[in-house]
Every structure is written in structure tokens, then in C-alpha cells.
Design a protein around this ligand. Structure first.
Ligand code: KIV
Length: 276
């Protein structure tokens, strides 16, 4: 994505040209800098922050203050990649509250867009934010903030139709993209063909217009829970433990710090005793 290209323009062009979009969820400055150096298109400051960063059981346990705190850090690190702030449960129940909180993501944290999980008033709330100039990504299928059971959604005809209707409504509201989480690949293909905006899948098969994974999952840094849709592209957990053990071993053996990691004071020779 070019420096100043708007996130919505980028997503529309990528869909039109059949170029797959990549998004990664991340929560801190150091990771955002690494993503920024890669070819990943965009960063989501997901409310999965709750599980991955804070060790909580559910995304419902984070609120605006934590999300803004981490969104600020990610925005400091992501100079190239646009950043999407995930609005936490309770932050967009009315359009007034949604506007106030979405503006915080954009103006206070520096995000380029916000993401909303589906609820009945989601299309109206999304339209309100978009009318205010805020780019909105929708999120349908499995929506962890309100899900009763973490299972694949849209497996029968009625629930598949309901998800297709939600996609159509959010597209009509002006959302620039939709996350499709944990739906059958065939349903994701149908939706991706039916709506003009980009679909970004997670556990939604290969036919989406793009994919999203959590950075800590794809790098193998988070091993408490591993859904079927996660592919590990590295096992950094093993590398991290190996490095920590090497450090502990060298400290115990008096090998670290060596002279190259230590400071010394040059002995000062008084001028009148100097031979130079
Ligand atoms: O919070 C998150 O990381 C998300 C992605 C899984 C889409 O919402």
C-alpha cells in the first residue's frame, strides 16, 4: 500500500484487481514495527489483546482504555501499514457512544479505521460512523464478544442466509471490508462474490478476498489455545525459550556480560605527568 493511500481505497482496489489482502492482529510497538517491514497490508489492534497479551479468558474483559493504550503503541510502530482499532464490547451500543469511542481510536490513538462486531443495530451504527468520515470494517460469522458457543457459524441454510443478509446490510451501510470468522468456505465464497466490498477471512477458507491471523498465533508465540484455522509459520516459542536458557546459563557461568558488553573507566593521566 502506498504511503498515503486510504485504507478503503486500497481494499476496493485489491478486490477489483483480485489481489489478496493480508491483515495481522498485533498489540504493541515492537511487533508493529516488524509488520511494517513485511509485506502484510494492514494491522488490526484486535480485542484478542485480552487473551494474547493480558492472559484473560475472554475478549469481553477488555475495554476502551486498554484498547486505546495498545492502539497508540501500534500506531507509533506502523508507519506504512494502516491500523484498524477493534471496538470492544459495550463501546458501540448506541450511535452516540460509538461515535465518541470511534473518534478516540482515530484522533487519540492514530488509527485509520475501526472494526465493529455484528449486533442488530450494527448497520445503523456503522452508517453513522461512516457519515462522520470514519472508515469501518464489519465482523460477522463467529463474533466472540457475543457468541454463546465458539463453533463454526452458518452451517445450516437458515443461519447461512442470516450471515449473507448481515454481509449485504453492512456493505450497504458503507463498510469498506468485512471480517468473516469461522464460517464454511462455501459460504465465504458466496458472500465474497455477492458483496462489492472485501471479505477478510479467519477460519473462512481460501475464497475470501483476504486473510487475517493473530501475529502471536502465526509466529508460534501463543500456545494456550490453537484453533484449527491457525497456521504456524514459525515456532518462535521454542526459539524464545532457547534464548532465555542460553542467557540464564551464561549469567550463571559468569560468561555474560563479557568485556564487549561492559563499560570501563579510562585511567586519567594528569597532563604534567604525560609523556606526550
Ligand atoms: O480480535 C481479533 O484479533 C479479531 C480477529 C481475530 C479478526 O477480531
Amino acid at each position: 500500500m502506498s504511503d498515503k493511500e486510504k485504507i478503503a481505497d486500497f481494499a476496493a482496489r485489491a478486490k477489483r484487481e483480485g489481489r489478496k489482502i493480508t491483515m495481522v492482529a498485533a498489540y504493541d510497538y515492537a511487533m508493529a514495527r516488524l509488520i511494517d517491514r513485511s509485506h502484510v497490508d494492514m494491522v488490526l489492534v484486535g480485542d484478542s489483546l485480552a487473551n494474547v497479551m493480558l492472559g484473560l479468558d475472554s475478549t469481553v474483559q477488555v475495554g476502551m482504555e486498554e484498547m486505546i493504550h495498545h492502539a497508540k503503541a501500534v500506531c507509533r510502530g506502523a508507519e506504512r501499514a494502516p491500523v484498524i482499532g477493534d471496538m470492544p464490547l459495550g463501546s458501540y451500543v448506541t450511535d452516540v457512544l460509538a461515535l465518541e469511542n470511534a473518534r478516540r481510536f482515530i484522533e487519540e490513538a492514530g488509527c485509520d479505521a475501526v472494526k465493529l462486531e455484528w449486533f442488530d443495530d450494527c448497520p445503523a451504527v456503522a452508517a453513522k460512523l461512516i457519515a462522520d468520515g470514519i472508515s469501518v470494517m464489519g465482523h460477522i460469522g463467529l463474533t466472540p464478544q457475543t457468541a454463546e458457543r465458539f463453533v463454526v457459524q452458518g452451517k445450516d441454510a437458515a443461519s447461512a442466509q442470516a450471515i449473507r443478509d448481515q454481509a449485504a446490510q453492512l456493505s450497504r451501510s458503507g463498510c469498506f471490508a468485512l471480517v468473516l470468522e469461522c464460517v464454511p468456505a462455501e459460504l465465504a465464497r458466496t458472500i465474497s462474490r455477492e458483496i462489492p466490498i472485501a471479505t477478510i477471512g479467519i477460519g473462512a477458507g481460501v475464497h475470501c478476498d483476504g486473510q487475517v491471523l493473530v501475529a502471536h498465533d502465526l509466529l508460534g508465540l501463543y500456545d494456550r489455545f490453537r484453533p484449527k484455522f491457525v497456521k504456524r509459520y514459525a515456532a518462535l516459542n521454542e526459539e524464545v525459550v532457547k534464548a532465555l536458557d542460553a542467557y540464564a546459563r551464561e549469567v550463571a557461568a559468569g560468561e555474560f556480560p563479557g568485556p564487549q558488553h561492559s563499560y570501563t573507566v579510562e585511567p586519567k593521566v594528569p597532563k604534567d605527568q604525560s609523556t606526550e
